[in-house]
Design a binder for this molecule. Structure first.
Ligand SMILES: Nc1ncnc2c1ncn2[C@@H]1O[C@H](COP(=O)(O)OP(=O)(O)OP(=O)(O)O)[C@@H](O)[C@H]1O
Length: 258
């Protein structure tokens, strides 16, 4: 099966430092790929490169079968992807929640009425109907995260790219977010330090280290909960205990339909 999205041998320099140094991945239909890695390892940069917000020095970005190089190519592929930014304030810009969530559907050509109905549906699905008339910039950090996700889901993307979706989200909103991700039928790339979320949602995981991606095991939900209580060293031990054998090396992106 051809991958939906692929990165093939990406190199990207920042201030002379190699942030990406041959990173490759392939995301297939239905997959939920988690990307983990230390702070500053380049996870956000990788997602931004996938949507054309960063241009690599070398390597290829393959989106829905097209080798994307020009802004026009990225723009048309972006309509099929929902990118949750790490900072919600970069994403929210309309005065009220309903207007913000309706903005994407309006942009896709729906009438004002249809767009508002679609937005309300997305808010209801996330348990956020009561926020519809609230002023976006006065929401809490966790509420903003969920509203941003509602805005993406309202556009019915084929792929979600999520950058730290549970940052600042409390337990109740975390449950809503997990339920929404579980109900999402498309593929996703999930960048997260949240082992519990990765255990609940991901079907496969990779670690970004030294600019490259390598396969990495996923903890069982119970081991993830235990590890979160015990810190990173214990997490490493739990991983090693649970997975005697490592998964296969990820295949490089296939340059489909060129
Ligand atoms: N706009 C920028 N200008 C210069 N350097 C940047 C910029 N954005 C990120 N960087 C640097 O690029 C490197 C990769 O950053 P990136 O945000 O992709 O890492 P990350 O893995 O997402 O980190 P975190 O887990 O902390 O979110 C870091 O060294 C960071 O300081």
């Amino acid at each position: 099966m051809s991958p939906l999205l692929g990165l093939d041998g990406l190199h990207l320099l920042r201030d002379g430092r190699r942030v990406l140094d041959g990173a490759s991945l392939a995301l297939h239909p239905g997959e939920r790929l988690a990307i983990l890695g230390a702070n500053g390892s380049g996870k956000t940069t990788l997602l931004r490169t996938l949507v054309g917000l960063e241009r690599p020095a070398a390597g290829r970005v393959l989106l829905f079968g097209a080798d994307c190089r020009s802004e026009a190519q990225f723009r048309s592929a972006r309509r099929r992807m929902g990118f949750l930014f790490q900072d919600s304030d970069d994403q929210l810009f309309c005065p009220t929640v309903l207007e913000d969530v309706a903005f994407g559907p309006l942009n896709l050509g729906l009438s004002d009425r249809q767009a508002r109905a679609t937005a309300m549906e997305a808010l209801v699905a996330l348990g956020l109907a009561l926020l519809a008339d609230r002023v976006t910039h006065r929401l809490s950090g966790g509420e903003k995260r969920l509203v941003c996700l509602a805005g993406l889901l309202a556009m019915r993307p084929e792929v979600l790219l999520l950058d730290e979706p549970t940052n600042g989200v409390d337990a109740e909103n975390g449950r809503r977010l997990r339920a929404a991700l579980a109900a999402f039928e498309g593929a996703m790339i999930l960048v997260s330090h949240d082992e519990g979320l990765v255990a609940d949602v991901a079907t496969r995981a990779m670690e970004l280290r030294d600019g490259r991606l390598a396969p990495r095991p996923i903890l069982s939900p119970s081991a993830a909960r235990k590890s979160e209580k015990n810190g990173p060293d214990r997490q490493r031990d739990e991983r090693d205990d649970r997975h005697a054998s490592e998964p296969e090396e990820d295949e490089p992106a296939h340059p489909a339909h060129q």
